[in-house]
Design a protein around this ligand. Sequence first.
Ligand code: PLP
Length: 395
Amino acid sequence: MLENLEPLPVDPILGLAALARADTRAQKVDLTVGVYMDDSGHCPVFRAVQQAQHELAQQESTKAYLPPAGDERFNAGMQQLLLGADSAALRDGRVSSIQTPGGCGALRISSEVVFSASPDARVWVSNPTWPVHIPLLGSVGLAFQSYRYYNPVDHSVDFDAMVEDLQAARPSDVVLLHGCCHNPSGADLTLEQWAVIADMAQAQGFTPMVDIAYQGLADGLEADAAGLRLLVEQLPEVIIAASCSKNMGLYRERTGAAVFVCQNTQTASRTLDQAKAAARRVYSMPPAHGALLAGRILSDATLGTLWREELAQMCQRINRTRGELRAALQQHSGVDFAFIERERGMFSFLGLSIEQAVRLREEYSLYMLESSRINVAGVNADNIDYVAQSVAAVL
Ligand SMILES: Cc1ncc(COP(=O)(O)O)c(C=O)c1O
């Protein structure tokens, strides 16, 4: 039977990362995958996570399954982190959530719930969006529409075009928004623009689904949730897919949450039942380790403070690197790269052609996606001049 399987094309991101790993040239720089790297090119374990792990190892007395919705402390902590401690929706008891295997699990379970509620729902995705959104949401059976989002000419959000396209969103539709640090462009909505989207959702009746995988990596934990919170204040329903992969460095522990802000307590509870049923048919039970660590960090003042400090330093490093990369690229190429400093999070499009990105890979061992999306966090003091010189050479 398995003999009949067709060979699959190589994954555009993971395939390039594999090529980079196999490249033995000394000057190699890998800016493909979206993993935070420190000044030494290493993806670190947060000290808060190490401490929580140490405590957990000493205290854990069972490996029995978690409850189907996951760890309660984790779910409560995530709701507060996303919505704010003084959220009216939380106070009114109209929020429910389920712990999921990473942000991808949250996107998948949310989509399953949307499909159960409204099989004709169309999901509006930004053009461009993170490519994984399409198989994750589409394999549930949902149809897609795309809205214009990024203008490659001036490297900014084409908000007029976005609004024009979203005017066609129907009450049964879902509009997928990136909470912050838009992947792949790094171009985020302003708070005023979030307010316009909230008004449109209210007037047209569509449901926003906010994918927030980088809270804390743009301008800080609170600022990065401001757009999402604005939607939640104004609208009866918002779906949130959150990840702890990046902001707690728990990538391989598969730690995330799907959060449902609903009209009232009954709907929140019914939605959670649907989410648990979806999880049961897809993977049954949630993984424990990462959520138990995150739950501790989010509920313990000392661990929480340590984590917030470490995250703030990470965020500062990314934003500092953006400024340094902009300066180095300008110095070596004479081209204006000011947009890199305006953008947020780990990603930016350098604005190169596919041929230039391929040349960089083949001739310079500088790896980026063929769209010229780079992971800014992969740039450091040791490689920044080489990156800038190589880019200048192909421009
Ligand atoms: C836009 C976006 N959403 C969601 C995720 C979810 O990641 P994970 O499933 O590793 O938590 C990612 C990870 O790269 C992402 O970039």
